[in-house]
Design a protein around this ligand. Structure first.
Ligand SMILES: Nc1ncnc2c1ncn2[C@@H]1O[C@H](COP(=O)(O)OP(=O)(O)O)[C@@H](O)[C@H]1O
Ligand SMILES: [Mg+2]
Length: 239
């Protein structure tokens, strides 16, 4: 369970998060809202890149805000970025393995077994020796995902993992996201503009608007909510 209480972030005059309070219980939770709503800022607060002016963020009984970013990684917090961070002159294997230098291994065997499991999970097992520079955009996205599940993740934060993917790639991404909790036990928080992806993967969904919680609930109910439709006026996927 993730408990967010009275969380506020300001950038100069902009209140990117405004006294945000909510409790998240489901294994995969969607985070949607118009551009500038505060979605990425919320993930930045989780990972420690942004320090809120007030509030608390408890996950499975642990106050994340009391920990430094590297301690949060060690605790089991993982994220992917809107701009992927694959290292060109490391192999796929080493891109994933380095995560275990700063995070604990899971219960499922040694480093080798765990890296292999993460690569197999995202479909990159046969490309373990390929250098980062040789990967296409989809493969780079998959390396980024493998990095979020290797070891013992507790929370996996995904910021628009579906952006720019073809339909067949998006379908594979959907299956991978659905597999994270059953396979690795981590809770997934997913930001994406692809409402189909959110519907297919997220049991519940949070809608942010101007840094505030507009609605949270079962995904189907949330997407039918009149306030959500109004916030998205003109965006046809929600209609
Ligand atoms: N580092 C920053 N410095 C100044 N303003 C920022 C910064 N990060 C985000 N913002 C502002 O905070 C608001 C929320 O941004 P963001 O969390 O990126 O929204 P979203 O991911 O929902 O599109 C926006 O108004 C954005 O311009
Ligand atoms: Mg964003």
């Amino acid at each position: 369970m993730i408990e967010i209480r009275d969380l506020s972030v300001s950038f100069g005059g902009v209140r990117a998060l405004d006294s945000l309070t909510m409790t998240l219980q489901d294994p995969v939770v969607g985070i949607i809202g118009p551009n500038g709503a505060g979605k990425t800022t919320l993930l930045n607060v989780f990972s420690g890149f942004v320090t809120p002016s007030s509030g608390s963020l408890r996950a499975f009984g642990t106050e994340l805000l009391a920990m430094r970013p590297h301690q949060r990684a060690r605790w089991g917090l993982r994220r992917s970025f809107q701009a992927e961070q694959v290292v060109d002159d490391l192999s796929v294997w080493d891109n994933v393995r380095v995560v275990l230098d700063s995070a604990p291994r899971g219960a499922g065997g040694d480093t080798r077994t765990q890296v292999a499991a993460a690569l197999e999970f995202v479909g990159l097992a046969h490309q373990a020796r390929v250098m980062g520079a040789a990967l296409n955009a989809y493969e780079r996205r998959m390396v980024e995902l493998a990095k979020t599940v290797v070891g013992a993740p507790k929370i996996v934060l995904l910021d628009e993992p579906g952006a720019g993917l073809r339909d067949d790639e998006a379908a594979r991404l959907r299956e991978i996201i659905l597999g994270i909790h059953p396979r690795f036990g981590a809770t997934v928080l997913l930001i994406d503009h692809d409402v189909e992806l959110i519907v297919a993967t997220c049991t519940s969904t949070v809608v942010l608007d101007f840094g505030q919680l507009l609605v949270v609930g079962p995904t189907a109910d949330v997407l039918q909510d009149a306030r959500v439709k109004a916030a998205y006026l003109g965006i046809e996927e929600v209609e």
